[in-house]
Design a protein around this ligand. Structure first.
Ligand SMILES: Cc1cc2nc3c(=O)[nH]c(=O)nc-3n(C[C@H](O)[C@H](O)[C@H](O)COP(=O)(O)OP(=O)(O)OC[C@H]3O[C@@H](n4cnc5c(N)ncnc54)[C@H](O)[C@@H]3O)c2cc1C
Length: 471
């Protein structure tokens, strides 16, 4: 009998990790602090409680990345997905669940499993030294004592307590006939080329119109427990705009050191810059555009920016209470903390965003920990799969663990096709009878091809993983 693996946190990720460990024959202790100690958002003592919406988002796997992640997790024997499927509610193309039935099903399955012991109580600091394999899955509302211990083990800036997310745009949707590549003053900097940013120019009229739209747009409110986490270094752009109509022009939208090659004689009044966000170059973040605008409003207002009229957003901006690691720097490929490899991390604390993504990283952490306990090395799922693309992003695919001036730039991420390696699809001859609308065209075909490739590669990986377990 091998030593037990300890999983801290019985949320989406920890529940899935414990289940995967038990399926591999590995005994587990699952530590959950509720109801002994509550978080600011949870209401019950159930495992895998959904703290807000009851939706797992789109369930369409052919052309939607989160739907694809659902399907991959089902194929990998996910308890979270099986319980969601059993308790699903009518919601069109989305997978919505009866939250109480869902959490009760997860709790019952884990409680009934002879290999899983559930221990109720807070882990108040680093786990004892004789816990030789631990998965920390304590989520965005990790209790302060444990968060402080993790922060001390890493470094000051490696654990964030709020996310400040700027919108991320798919490269293909940026109009490069309007925008251009250039770093301010053509600075090459460490590892740069002098043309590292995509620049979108605004003349005075477009700038004034943009500020008007920004000031009038609807904002989301903070939850009571979040207080108002504004730091002068990363104010939401609408707050900056409220401070004065020219504040943005002297801040993140300053036009200095940039020349528009499409109109070299005209000095832009303001410039929006986008910085490459992933190693593949498929995702670009809007520099300094962290925001609390409602999502629909963000898409509407940011499409007023020249060159972004048809922008497709891989994710929209936000500012929330969160607890997450600078994972690309701190974690290895199997989610172990490089500074203390007996600790593995899973769920939202690794810098993924959302119920499904959190559970997906729990699934992988559980499988990695089980393989390690049995003396085998499990290769990560290929980056062509949704599971592998998400894992690769948080363990290195995100371009820069340290942004300009050494500040971390890694922010939480949902699964999306921009994280996958590109695929080429043959150009379809089109005529008047060709299908039109969202379920046609090149982008649709590319997503379909990526999903088909993902499932084929996942099946191969699962076969390989099964043979590792049998050795
Ligand atoms: C207010 C809020 C609303 C959100 N709404 C949504 C949404 O609508 N849709 C969506 O997809 N995502 C949402 N998220 C983001 C995220 O998907 C969820 O928080 C998700 O539950 C994260 O899964 P997890 O397993 O990482 O953490 P959790 O599900 O939060 O699980 C962590 C568990 O660890 C326990 N714990 C914490 N510290 C300790 C400790 N020291 N010892 C023992 N146990 C501990 C907690 O009690 C909790 O049960 C929201 C997040 C927040 C904070």
């Amino acid at each position: 009998m091998t030593d037990k693996v300890h999983v801290i946190g019985g949320g989406l990720a920890g529940s899935e990790a414990a289940w995967q460990l038990a399926r591999a024959g590995q005994p587990v202790v699952l530590h959950e602090m509720r109801p002994v100690r509550q978080t600011e958002a949870h209401q019950t003592d159930a495992l895998a409680e959904l703290v807000c919406s009851n939706s797992f988002r789109s369930d369409e796997w052919e052309t939607n990345a989160v739907g694809l992640l659902h399907e991959e997790m089902r194929r990998a024997g996910s308890l979270i997905m099986a319980s969601a499927d059993t308790h699903k509610l009518p919601a069109g193309g989305a997978l919505a669940v009866d939250r109480e039935g869902f959490a009760a099903a997860v709790t019952a399955a884990l409680t009934a499993d002879p290999l899983i012991e559930i221990s109720r109580g807070e882990i108040e600091g680093l786990p004892p030294a004789d816990w030789t394999s631990v998965i920390v899955a304590t989520g965005p509302l990790t209790s302060p004592a444990l968060a402080e211990a993790v922060r001390a083990l890493t470094e000051e800036a490696a654990l964030a307590f709020f996310d400040a997310i700027a919108p991320i745009v798919h490269f293909e949707s940026i109009d490069m006939a309007v925008c251009w590549r250039q770093s301010r003053y053509d600075k090459v900097g460490p590892g740069g080329s002098g043309a590292d940013y995509i620049n979108c120019p605004l003349d005075k009229d477009r700038y004034e119109g943009f500020i008007d739209a920004l000031l009038a747009a609807e904002k989301t409110a903070f939850k009571d427990f979040e207080k108002t986490p504004y730091f002068e270094g990363c104010l939401p752009i609408e707050v900056m705009a409220e401070r004065g109509r020219d504040t943005l022009r002297y801040g993140p939208m300053k036009p200095v050191g940039l020349t528009d090659p499409h109109q070299p004689a005209v000095k832009p009044h303001a410039v929006v810059q986008l910085r490459q966000d992933n190693a593949l170059g498929s995702l670009w973040n809007m520099v300094g555009f962290q925001t609390k605008l409602k999502h629909g409003e963000q898409a509407r207002v940011f499409r007023l920016i020249p060159g972004l009229e048809n922008a497709e957003f891989a994710r929209l901006g936000g500012l929330h209470r969160n607890t997450f690691l600078n994972s690309p720097k701190l974690l290895d490929q199997s989610l172990r903390l490089k500074a203390d490899p007996r600790l593995r991390f899973a769920g939202q604390i690794t810098g993924v965003e959302g119920y499904v993504e959190s559970a997906a990283i729990g699934l992988l952490a559980g499988r990695f920990a089980a393989a390690e306990r049995f003396g085998a090395a499990l290769t990560p799922p290929p980056p062509t799969t949704a599971l592998g693309a998400l894992l690769a992003h948080i363990t290195g695919g995100h371009l820069s663990a340290d942004g300009e001036g050494g500040a971390r730039s890694f922010q939480p991420m949902n699964v999306n096709y921009g994280l996958f390696p590109p695929i080429s699809v043959p150009r379809q001859p089109r005529d008047a009878s060709s299908p039109k609308g969202p379920r046609s065209g090149k982008s649709f075909e590319r997503k379909r091809a990526m999903s088909a490739r993902a499932l084929a590669d996942l099946d191969q990986w699962l076969l390989g993983a099964a043979s590792v377990a049998a050795e």
